[in-house]
Design a protein around this ligand. Structure first.
Ligand code: SF4
Length: 217
């Protein structure tokens, strides 16, 4: 396939979706409340760090009802290793006093993004954790690297990349964000392992590289 060939992305993406279909989330939450809290804490912080602090935090605050009674400072001992922990504590306590109960956690993009500290990416992650029909595509730093390499989207603006992914694929395939993110963590790293990649036959970056090598040989 040449680098300029038009790709049927809905078909081409299927092996990637299949590969990561049953891969557990990188954040080790056990319910929707934990997912919401961990997603808020994970912005610009490693997932491993959030997974490490989560058990103690949730031992002290096992439900939204408990978190709603906490002050920002009450949370500091549990989250002080996290970047911007003061701001994140504020987001969490404001969110908990708004939502009040686990079962009142919103389940739409509009309602989730109205909460403090939750943007589209976080809302997409939370909706996936809740097993809801996606209203968008998760676009994290890995997806921002992988999608333009593949050629399914262009640019570096997460909102624009998300719109392009939503336009290229049917809603049933919008879980592609998580699959692309996993590919980015494992294979399509900053220095990509293209020879091992199951997307290399349709990948613009790899096909362009091969064409350039052929031309130079
Ligand atoms: S073929 Fe290479 S550049 Fe393309 S998605 Fe795979 S690892 Fe990334």
């Amino acid at each position: 396939m040449s680098a300029t060939t038009t790709v049927n992305w809905s078909q081409a993406i299927k092996p990637l979706l299949k590969k990561y279909k049953d891969t557990p989330s990188v954040l080790h939450y056990h319910n929707l409340y934990e997912a919401v809290v961990m997603v808020v804490l994970s912005a610009q912080t490693t997932d491993a760090m959030i997974n490490q602090l989560a058990p103690e935090l949730f031992k002290a605050y096992p439900h939204m009802e408990d978190l709603a009674k906490a002050t920002d400072k009450d949370l500091f001992p549990y989250i002080k290793s996290v970047r911007s922990f003061g701001q994140k504590a504020k987001y969490l306590t404001e969110m908990a006093t708004t939502i009040k109960k686990d079962k009142a956690i919103p389940k739409t993009m509009e309602a989730l993004t109205a909460l403090p500290g939750i943007g589209r990416k976080s809302a997409n992650v939370i909706m996936e954790a809740a097993g809801l029909k996606p209203e968008g595509v998760i676009v994290d730093l890995h997806v921002l690297r992988v999608a333009p390499r593949l050629g399914i989207a262009q640019g570096t603006d997460p909102k624009k990349v998300e719109q392009q992914l939503m336009a290229a694929l049917p809603q049933t395939e919008w879980s592609v964000g998580r699959a692309m993110s996993m590919l980015g963590r494992e294979i399509c790293r900053p220095k990509p392992l293209c020879d091992e990649c199951l997307m290399n036959k349709v990948c613009h970056y790899f096909q362009a590289l091969k064409a350039a090598q052929k031309k130079g040989s």
